[in-house]
Design a protein around this ligand. Structure first.
Ligand SMILES: Cc1cc2nc3c(=O)[nH]c(=O)nc-3n(C[C@H](O)[C@H](O)[C@H](O)COP(=O)(O)OP(=O)(O)OC[C@H]3O[C@@H](n4cnc5c(N)ncnc54)[C@H](O)[C@@H]3O)c2cc1C
Length: 471
């Protein structure tokens, strides 16, 4: 391996591969170190349509489309006594916009694509730690995963930490990862063969079905398996496991027996894997960037999987991070200004989704249940998150004031438990979520900067953008 690189990327998941590929396309020299050897297992199978424009920008969309993943027509929610669905619009020619993916295959496509774009990729190489000169990150020490004695040091101008939940910088160096006191959940999941299709909702949909102490996902995959997972509260999970002699399978089976929709899909099906368990606590780092470094994807923040937002946030942050870093390296903006743009825009995107997930949990009608109560943001937390400002930011992106007022009212109705408006909170949430505060719009500039793709992916200053003609 070389002794120095212009940009080092830690981790080859969706955040790392996307950032590496986009930076290589911009002509920078990029080295990526990935701890595992691909293909490797990963959870996070239900992908949102918002990933498509980024994959198009990366030039990998056709490869993802051609692979044969299960097209995802949307989502079906059975939430307490209510049933709702979200339909994703297709492209004009009926090409799906989103997929259910086997992550080992999906992540391999993205990593191979980064390699084809010129990224030097090393698999089976783990970053042990990052070296700082004062407060500036300057080099990483690595070792070969299969032989911890073989390793070295690689210097860099910049590093993007995309090491996922292990979060090399946030957990080992900066110690700035903060866990939310809501969404302290545990996920337990497994795979099934010969399951029946979900008889309702859009075709290929993810099914999300609540039970008293949590919810199940059911995701159909193109390899013929159905991914079925339980998300429940940490305490509830530990209590059940204690009662059931530490048997995770028994906890899962007991909850499954109370979930008729998923049970029906599993009638006659065969479980083909053991149980996998992960504490999917939500967290956020106090800052997403510092001298010489950026954090992207799960290395920066993680959100409860309820709305399948993980890969979206990973690729979105990779795109924002690439634009910010590319402009710094080209001498167009200062590191301080670019990092401020990156941190603010990414944090707003995360915060907005955090609020949507919380509002969605709150819309559950059986609020007396412990699990659903535990997902409620407290008033203090809301104040700290400045939810009002988050909504303001959502709605300030809208040109038409009537729409803005309506969207604001829909969210307020849900926060304050009003039953007026559309009874499907997903319709309301979708509408609010669709009202993006686009970082491409000069009107949404942060510190005078906004995102551009032409002539290159980067940041542009509103001072340099053409002024509209006076009318
Ligand atoms: C239970 C559960 C269900 C989920 N369901 C969904 C879903 O349906 N849809 C969705 O979009 N998201 C889902 N997610 C979230 C999704 O898994 C993640 O958000 C997504 O994988 C983040 O991508 P990433 O690139 O940031 O990190 P990762 O995909 O985790 O990639 C990080 C990479 O870094 C490597 N690495 C780690 N440490 C080092 C090191 N020291 N040196 C070198 N390499 C290192 C790892 O091997 C890994 O390959 C779910 C998560 C959980 C826990």
């Amino acid at each position: 391996m070389r002794e120095s690189t212009q940009i080092l990327i830690i981790g080859g998941g969706p955040a790392g591969s996307t950032a590496a590929g986009l930076l290589a396309r911009e002509g920078f020299q990029v080295t990526l170190l990935e701890r595992d050897r691909f293909p490797r297992y990963h959870i996070g199978e239900s992908i949102l349509p918002s990933c498509r424009p980024i994959f198009e920008m990366l030039g990998v969309w056709e490869k993802v489309q051609a692979h044969g993943f299960q097209p995802k027509g949307g989502a079906f929610f059975q939430w307490g006594p209510e049933e709702w669905e979200v339909r994703f619009s297709n492209l004009g020619d009926d090409t799906p916009n989103a997929w259910q993916v086997v992550r080992s295959e999906f992540d391999q496509i993205l990593l191979d694509h980064a390699r084809e774009l010129g990224v030097e990729v090393f698999e089976g190489v783990s970053v042990r730690d990052v070296e700082f000169d004062g407060d500036r990150a300057v080099a990483a020490r690595w070792y070969e995963t299969k032989d911890g004695d073989r390793g070295g040091r690689i210097a860099f101008d910049y590093v993007i930490d995309a090491s996922g939940r292990s979060g090399v910088l946030a957990t080992r160096h900066l110690k700035n990862r903060r866990f939310h006191d809501v969404f302290r959940n545990v996920a337990a999941w497994s795979y099934w063969k010969n399951a029946k299709p979900l008889g309702k909702g859009p075709s290929g949909a993810i099914a999300v079905c609540s039970v008293e102490d949590g919810w199940f996902w059911a995701i159909p995959l193109h390899d013929g398996t159905l991914s079925v997972g339980l998300v429940t509260g940490r305490d509830l999970f530990n209590d059940s496991r204690g009662r059931l002699n530490g048997d995770t399978q028994a906890v899962y089976d007991e909850a499954l027996a109370k979930c008729p929709t998923v049970l029906e899909m599993l009638e006659g099906a065969e479980q083909v894997s053991g149980m996998k368990v992960e504490q999917d606590y939500s967290y956020v780092s106090e800052s997403f960037a510092g001298p010489g470094y950026l954090l992207a994807g799960d290395a920066a923040c993680f959100l409860d999987p309820l709305l399948s937002t993980g890969v979206h946030l990973a690729t979105y942050s990779a795109m924002l991070g690439t634009a910010s870093l590319a402009s710094v390296l080209r001498g167009e903006v200062s590191e301080e200004d670019a990092w401020k743009f990156y941190g603010t825009v990414y944090h707003h995107a995360y915060q907005r989704l955090l609020v949507l997930v919380s509002v969605f949990y709150e819309s559950y009608r059986g609020k007396e249940h412990h699990f659903y109560n535990a997902q409620r943001l407290t008033h203090d937390k809301r104040d700290a998150l400045n939810v009002q400002a988050a909504f303001d930011r959502i709605i300030t992106g809208i040109a038409d004031l009537n729409d803005a007022e309506q969207a604001y009212k829909l969210v307020q109705d849900h926060l304050h438990g009003s039953t007026s408006g559309d009874p499907n909170p997903l319709n309301n949430l979708n509408r609010v979520h669709e009202i993006k505060q686009s970082p491409f719009d000069p009107d949404n500039a942060v510190g005078g900067l906004y995102l551009v793709t032409q002539p290159r992916l980067g940041l542009s200053s509103i001072q340099d953008s053409p002024r509209p003609e006076p009318s």
